[in-house]
Ligand binder design. Structure first.
Ligand SMILES: [Zn+2]
Length: 518
């Protein structure tokens, strides 16, 4: 038996030497146990300390991360930038230029405008869904609206903007006339209403939705009353469920729409006011009279008063109409009279540039965007921008298209848009119309600035003339006709038209860039 296993038992005969030995043994054991206990306590203490330090480090890291992300969000807001991932968005559809033609004949060629049968007008192929160079048959109108309905079933759509020209071109010939224009407006409006009875639809007057082409109704003409009878239930959203706030009132429509075909409506839970304008009053294509001049000025006064009211209430405004201010790059002529352009652009770029968050126009049938600023060399902060929607009608050498736009209701800014289109040649060839995503703005035109605002459009305009990369230019030029073969164009005309809203500056710009082509 070794010493480590020796025990003293009662009755044992213990001599003094062995007693000393036992005592020594106990003392050594006791010291060893005490040392081990101390070591264990030290270890536990050390581990506790490490745990505490780790917890403190984690808390500090988490808090600083939170503070950093909050300050990034706040500085993004200040700089007009933001991320789509952590914001509230509402979505709406922007469509334009349906140009419904009840006389469309699928057997007739575009040289006869797909209408009356004259000698040699029979087409080489049947075009059921529409033909490039002609306005929209019923089949295309219905198919387009069905495509929008499909998109609306995947996305929560809050409202729809319809920026004019519901009726086809050339309706004032011997076999048609003003009543046919009203009938076309009524047909398209009914089609829209039947597909979207639960959301407001905001239609606008185009140059083909009048008693004559670019002919505004004269005093005593009940044209606006007749149009409103087709549109009132859409705008007021008469069949909307009680949960949908009424965007405007019958009284507002009676007052301003009957006066000149314009109106205001509340959107985005009252955070934004939509100002629907009738820009025909400012158009150079309309024959001037004392009456049109008076109404043109009156509408601008109404616009300024509305913007003042919107600003005083801390709201934002979205402006929409058919013909935009600026230059028609097709013939290098201004769309509006210069005096009206000046007043309008001063309102949106100077006095109320912080109020106007987006302008939605169309008319050119091109997928496009425009910058609005008077002094590009000195003042890049005082500027605004316009989004131009492509058309449903394929009449101007384009595929039918529409957009799904998103509005950031936290930052109160446009966030993005996705464009959908139908390849008309493929639809005709395979008797199967297929709508697909054309592109999403943020992906096609990537930028540090993730909002769609004036700075972003300024940045894109800068890239139109870039000698080291044509990527942006090629994408833009091909998109203009919504993926149909691009017609000939002058690169510098498109650049100057996008950059300058006023005619004198546009002219100076085109003279500076004098080499033709693109
Ligand atoms: Zn049009």
């Amino acid at each position: 038996m070794d010493s480590s296993t020796r025990h003293i038992l009662p009755g044992d005969e213990v001599d003094s030497a062995s007693h000393q030995e036992n005592l020594h043994y106990y003392l050594v054991e006791h010291r060893r146990w005490k040392k081990k206990t101390l070591q264990a306590r030290c270890l536990i203490g050390l581990m506790t300390l490490i745990c505490c330090i780790l917890i403190v480090v984690l808390i500090v890291t988490y808090e600083s991360g939170r503070r950093k992300s909050r300050s990034t969000r706040e500085s993004s807001k200040r700089e007009g930038q933001g991320t789509a991932g952590d914001v509230n968005l509402i979505k709406f559809i922007h469509l334009s230029d349906i140009h419904y033609d009840p006389f469309y004949n699928k057997m007739i060629s575009s040289s006869s405008y797909c209408r009356q049968q004259v000698a040699n007008s029979t087409a080489k192929y049947i075009a059921e869904y529409g033909r490039i160079g002609c306005d929209s048959p019923a089949m295309l109108v219905e198919n387009s609206l069905d495509a929008m309905k499909n998109v609306s079933q995947e996305e929560d759509i809050a409202f729809i903007l319809m920026t004019g020209d519901l009726s086809a071109h050339q309706m004032w010939t011997s076999y048609a006339g003003p009543q046919r224009v009203l009938d076309n407006i009524a047909t398209v409006s009914k089609q829209m209403h039947s597909r979207f009875p639960n959301i407001p639809i905001f239609p606008m007057i185009g140059n083909n939705d009048l008693p004559g082409h670019y002919v505004l109704p004269k005093a005593g003409d009940d044209w606006y009353q007749k149009v409103l009878s087709s549109w009132e239930s859409l705008i007021i959203c008469s069949e909307c469920p009680g949960s949908v706030k009424k965007p405007t009132t019958q009284a507002i429509l009676q007052e301003s729409f009957l006066e000149g075909g314009y109106y205001n409506a509340s959107i985005a839970d009252g955070k934004v006011v939509l100002l629907v304008l009738n820009s025909l009053y400012w158009s150079v294509a309309v024959k001037r009279s004392v009456e049109t001049d008076q109404k043109a000025s009156k509408q601008l006064v109404w616009l300024e008063n509305q913007l003042k009211l919107v600003k005083s209430r801390g709201q934002k405004a979205m402006l929409a109409s058919h013909i935009p201010a600026g230059i028609d790059t097709f013939d290098s002529k201004p769309y509006w009279f210069n005096n009206y352009t000046e007043i309008y652009v001063r309102l949106v770029t100077k006095n109320y540039s912080d109020v106007v968050i987006g302008q939605f126009f169309a008319h050119s049938h091109k997928d496009d965007f425009r910058l609005q600023m008077f002094e590009p060399e000195t003042s890049i902060t005082a500027k605004s921008f316009v989004l131009l929607a492509p058309a449903i009608s394929p009449v101007y050498h384009n595929n039918p298209a529409f957009r799904l736009v998103s509005l950031d209701t936290d930052q109160l800014s446009l966030a993005d848009y996705t464009q959908y289109y139908m390849d008309l040649v493929m639809a005709t060839q395979f008797s199967n119309p297929v709508w697909q995503v054309d592109y999403t703005f943020s992906k096609k035109y990537p930028s540090k600035n993730t909002l769609v605002n004036a700075e972003r459009i300024y940045e894109l305009n800068e890239q139109l003339i870039n000698q080291t990369s044509d990527t942006f230019w090629n994408g833009y030029a091909f998109s203009r006709e919504t993926n149909y073969q691009p017609m000939s164009y002058n690169r510098f005309t498109l650049y100057c038209g996008m950059r300058f809203v006023d005619f004198p500056n546009f002219q100076k710009c085109t003279q500076k860039y004098s080499v033709p082509g693109g």
